[in-house]
Write a protein that binds this ligand. Structure first.
Ligand SMILES: Nc1ncnc2c1ncn2[C@@H]1O[C@H](COP(=O)(O)OP(=O)(O)OP(=O)(O)O)[C@@H](O)[C@H]1O
Ligand SMILES: [Mg+2]
Length: 462
């Protein structure tokens, strides 16, 4: 939505309608006037309003209700408020039956009109957002106390409060890019009166099939392609006035990169198949776990877009590079999951567990740490987080994630077993499955060719 919203007014009474339009413009709305139903449908659709005020009696053969009907047949989804000249409620009721969102009696009170408009626009915006809110994960506070994270948080707050319109956040998977994006949105808009209704929309640039992503980003008009049965707003329009997060920007296909650059430079969007450029005022936060600079060097990411995005660049380091955060985050998750699962929070991390947590590489970064702690809280009855509560993957002794258990169906017999026997048996199985192809067998067991050859000889399997 542009500014407060784009309002289209259609009434044959030029005086009344221009007075009303002036009052609305003064209030921050963008307005467009029409005085007859002639070619109105095309004009209305081309201008793409957020809401329309439509007089019932247009002094023509076709009245406002006919027009309303045609608009619905066209599949428009913006709210339409009917203006009626007579006092009886009959025409108003008809209007509602025809799908109008509300009606106002003439002569109208401008303040009353504004209240109705504000309510309907807010509802329309909320309806548009619901689907997206479901998709976007609920945000948490970005936790961290290592010097590098403190600096990042300071920078991010400065960027948010200054109202910088384009930010790029990079970092390996699970380092908290999305969490930080949400925090930036929060800092940017937390002071506003209507902070709860400021849109925050996150879209994954690769999650949608190629033929849908463009419509999803920029919207489309009815008939733009076979499945475009009605006009649809893209995420740039839906996020107008708020934040749009473009996730996995590094994987966006090249021609879309060009279109995105145009939107960023001109600050307007045009729906697919549309004829008008709609001004937008959106804070863009782009995220990627790829090395964008390298993608530029490889020629898969546009250099101009890279520079446009990276004037405000935040690079979140991997978790293993910020040791101080590991225990801090572990304590945070111990507490928050205890609350979630109604358990008494464990406050102590034993020395052996500390060692394991600090010694592990955390390839999945904070997400992995979060999952490990969640599992401990749910599965282990513990007063203290000790090594035996931690999963095997990170050097602990507790049964690990389902994935690991699924991988190995090993049963240790009561009387014990020689480890070498297990090794020999696995080698035998690998060679059997690959018809004694040592290269393939080595691959199956994730060892080098030389190691496999050496072991196979040792156990006389060849
Ligand atoms: N600093 C942090 N404070 C609190 N929670 C965090 C932090 N960093 C990450 N997390 C947690 O880790 C999970 C993953 O974070 P997030 O989704 O932001 O990662 P990402 O960098 O976007 O990863 P990907 O590239 O895989 O999408 C989140 O569910 C969040 O709970
Ligand atoms: Mg993410």
């Amino acid at each position: 939505m542009t500014g407060k919203g784009r309002i289209l007014l259609l009434d044959d009474d030029e005086l009344i309608i221009s007075m009303l339009a002036r009052a609305l413009r003064k209030d921050g709305y963008e307005t467009h006037l029409l005085h007859s139903s002639l070619k109105a449908i095309e004009k209305i659709i081309a201008w793409q309003p957020d809401l329309m005020l439509l007089d019932i009696d247009l002094g023509e053969e076709k009245n406002g209700l006919d027009l309303l009907q045609s608009l619905h047949d066209e599949g428009v989804s913006f709210p339409v408020v009917m203006l009626t000249g007579d006092d009886s409620s009959a025409s108003a009721i008809r209007a509602l039956r025809y799908g109008a969102s509300d009606y106002l009696h003439k002569p109208f009170n401008v303040e009353e009109v504004k209240i109705v408009l504000a309510r309907l626009l807010k509802n329309a915006r909320m309806r548009d957002e619901i689907a997206y809110l479901k998709r976007s994960r609920s945000g948490h506070e970005f936790i961290g106390e290592s010097p590098v994270i403190r600096k990042i948080l300071q920078d991010a707050q400065k960027i948010a409060r200054a109202g910088v319109s384009t930010v790029l956040i990079t970092g390996k998977s699970g380092t908290g890019k999305e969490v930080l994006a949400r925090n930036i949105h929060h800092w940017r808009f937390s002071d506003g009166e209507e902070k709860d209704s400021v849109p925050y929309i996150a879209i994954n640039c690769t999650a949608l099939p190629e033929n849908l992503i463009e419509g999803e980003l920029f919207g489309h008009v009815k008939g733009a392609f076979t499945d475009a049965k009605a006009d649809k707003k893209g995420v740039f329009e839906l996020a107008n006035g708020g934040t749009l997060v473009l996730d996995e920007i590094g994987d966006m296909r090249p021609e879309l990169q060009g279109k995105l650059l145009r939107v960023l430079e001109e600050r307007t969007v045009r729906r697919v198949g549309g004829k008008v450029d709609l001004p937008i005022n959106v804070n863009i936060i782009a995220l990627t776990n790829r090395n964008l600079k390298k993608l530029v060097d490889d020629g898969t990411f546009r250099e101009d877009l890279y520079y446009r995005l990276s004037s405000f660049l935040i690079e979140i380091p991997a978790l293993k590079e910020r040791e101080k955060d590991v225990l801090h985050l572990a304590r945070h998750f111990l507490y928050s999951f205890a609350r979630k699962y109604s358990k008494i929070p464990v406050e102590i991390i034993a020395e052996d567990a500390e060692k394991l947590l600090l010694g592990y590489d955390w390839p999945g970064n904070v997400r992995e740490l979060r999952n490990v702690i969640e599992r401990c809280v749910v599965m282990e009855d513990m007063d203290v987080l000790s090594a035996k509560c931690l999963p095997l993957d990170i050097g602990g002794r507790a049964g690990s994630s389902g994935e690991r258990r699924k991988k190995f169906h090993l049963i240790l017999p009561e009387e014990g077993l020689a480890l070498e026997e297990v090794e020999k048996e696995l080698l035998r199985l690998a060679l059997e499955r690959t018809d004694n192809n040592m290269t393939k067998a080595a691959k199956l067991l994730q060892v080098s060719y030389d190691t496999l050859r050496y072991q196979a000889k040792k156990y006389e399997l060849l």
